[in-house]
Design a protein around this ligand. Structure first.
Ligand SMILES: C[S@@+](CC[C@H](N)C(=O)[O-])C[C@H]1O[C@@H](n2cnc3c(N)ncnc32)[C@H](O)[C@@H]1O
Length: 361
């Protein structure tokens, strides 16, 4: 069986180890953050998902064999190959990914070529919610292909980068993509107030505001105030604490311009439903600062924490973060998201004090 796996590019070895835990496999083709593998395991994707992967971002099954781009009429051969795998009924979407193939056609052109041919045959093309996704993955001169039932796909797209770039409006920083992806991946529940530790220049705050949170952003650095204001966001920069409940009511974003290490209470009435921490420091130091904010969290509040891995020993940093959070937060998931570089994203839920921990049981 052939599979296409999108892996973390910073933690290549961990990605391979994660796949090896499921089954033996051989790498047939690879690019920076992805690989085509061959394995005898027929349910590789299902088993991987059930195992709770950290480093593999997406994986789909592929049809046997590859078409070489040097073959004359390789697009026609590919089309016929895909056609064979397509169920007779149902709408379709074609997705093509070009990983260093340098063909004469762009991925977009191939999608259009395949889509138009299928439409000419009377097939309905549905770009939003098709019944089937047909994909072409071009890597190192080889074109692999596959068809999957859209509703049963683990992730609904084959190339995360392109999906997120085309769907993201006005990002303030590249970091913003990490939070967009975290919201998507972890299905973060909606809440009223969020605390954003290490917020500058404001990408995560921007994403929170779009998700209708009131934001308390904490950072010594400056945020992109002008961009917020031009979007009619009411911003207040606060050099001192506490924050009062009316402040929260009349502002959308309060920037506490301070070192998070020096804060022990944001204000008596402040109870957040989400705390984020993207401060660039090691997990133990980062978690010890966020634990100072527990009194400002509602029980069950979400935590999104970037685990920065200063070396590539991701597993070691994960253990450190788990240990530092234990007894206070229940870890729900840890993932290397497509926008993560040498870091991982952790999602957890606050257990509350003793009383609220009982409610959680
Ligand atoms: C990776 S950047 C955050 C990017 C941000 N999430 C965004 O989307 O724009 C890390 C930030 O952590 C901040 N930081 C580091 N240590 C901090 C501390 N002790 N208190 C507050 N902020 C801190 C830095 O000033 C820096 O702005």
């Amino acid at each position: 069986m052939l599979y296409f796996a999108i892996t973390s590019n910073s933690f290549r070895k961990s990605s391979i180890d994660e796949l090896n835990k499921i089954s033996r496999f051989k790498i047939l083709d690879e690019f920076i953050n992805s690989m085509v593998i061959e394995s005898e395991e027929v349910d590789f994707v299902g088993k991987l998902i059930r195992n709770g992967p950290i480093f593999i971002y997406n994986m789909v099954f592929l049809q046997e064999g590859a078409v070489k781009i040097t073959e004359e009429d390789y697009l026609e051969i590919l089309y016929q190959k895909l056609h064979l795998a397509l169920p007779k009924e149902g709408s379709l979407k074609i997705e093509c990914v070009d990983l260093n193939c340098k063909t004469s056609y762009s991925a977009k052109e191939i999608e259009i070529f395949m889509g138009e041919r299928l439409e000419a045959e009377g097939r309905a093309v549905d770009l939003k919610s098709p019944d089937h996704l047909a994909y072409v993955i071009m890597v190192n001169g080889h074109c692999y292909s596959g068809v999957s039932e859209f509703g049963r796909l683990w992730k609904k797209f084959i190339e995360p980068e392109r999906h997120y770039h085309t769907n993201t409006k006005y990002p303030i920083s590249r970091s913003e993509l990490k939070l967009i992806q975290a919201f998507d991946e972890f299905k973060v529940r909606q809440g009223a107030i969020a605390i954003d530790l290490g917020a500058a220049p404001g990408g995560w705050s921007n994403c929170l505001l779009r998700n209708k949170y009131k934001v308390i952003a904490i950072d010594n650095g400056l945020l992109e105030y002008e961009k917020f204001k031009s979007n009619n966001i009411k911003v207040r920069v606060s050099e001192s604490l506490p924050i009062n409940t009316p402040d929260i009511k009349i502002n959308d974003l309060i920037h506490v311009k301070s070192n998070a290490r020096e804060i022990s209470d944001l204000g008596e009435g402040i109870k957040a439903d989400l705390i984020l921490n993207d401060m660039n420091m090691e997990p133990e130091a980062s978690v010890s600062i966020l634990l100072n904010f527990l009194r400002n969290l509602n029980p069950g509040a979400g935590l999104i924490l970037t685990i920065k891995c200063i070396n590539r020993k991701a597993e070691l940093h994960i253990r450190k973060a788990e240990k530092a959070l234990s007894g206070k937060f229940k870890i729900i998931s840890i993932r290397c998201l497509p926008a993560n570089r040498q870091e991982l994203t952790l999602y957890a839920s606050y257990l509350g004090d003793g009383k609220s921990a009982e409610i959680q049981k």
